[in-house]
Design a binder for this molecule. Sequence first.
Ligand SMILES: O=C(O)c1ccccc1N[C@@H]1O[C@H](COP(=O)(O)O)[C@@H](O)[C@H]1O
Length: 209
Amino acid sequence: MKICGITRLADVEAAVAAGADALGFVFVPASRRSIRVETARDLVARVPAFVQAVALFADPSVDWVETVIDQVGPDLLQFHGSETGRFCRQFGRPYIKAVSADLDDEARRRIMQEHHTARGFLIDSHAVSGLGGTGHTFDWSRWPRDNGRDRRPWILAGGLSPENVTEAVATLSPYAVDVSSGVEEAPGIKSADKIHAFMRGVGHARDQH
Ligand SMILES: O=C(O)c1ccccc1N[C@@H]1O[C@H](COP(=O)(O)O)[C@@H](O)[C@H]1O
């Protein structure tokens, strides 16, 4: 379970207390959840062992990614734009690639080949058509069920909330879920109550399994 768009220490603490596996920090200047490098560095220093700090980008410059790596020290990179595999690999860091739910099977497989070192793929509704994190779900029938022999994990994102996450996990059995808008009071301001409700929702789906 990843909670994305963290900008405050209180939200780091709430997400960790609720059992999040990963915390996302948005380094997309146009995003309403964009965080300054100095702030992110201080927050990442407070992330405990075994919880991953994820740095999120959308078509960044090489310099920007290197600055974030050097100054913030994320465990994992997440690319949301049209970055090539070569671009993502050059940093020598583990990364995941966001893929639009609009893509057909063949286009999706091409991206998986192109990103042959990606540690996983995140599917959401806005990866290609614009900025993500707007809280929109996609048609879950587009969830990738057949990726041939490629067993790398798929992460579900896009419009998840405490209200729909149980159904989403029970229906699709994703490797992980990633949420931002659905656990917020305002962009970049998380709600501890919603984070806990979201985690309970994931737990309910596991109980049904
Ligand atoms: O959160 C953002 O502002 C953002 C900006 C640019 C690309 C992706 C962004 N967020 C990611 O989008 C998905 C879905 O978020 P939501 O739950 O629908 O709000 C998630 O991976 C966010 O990390």
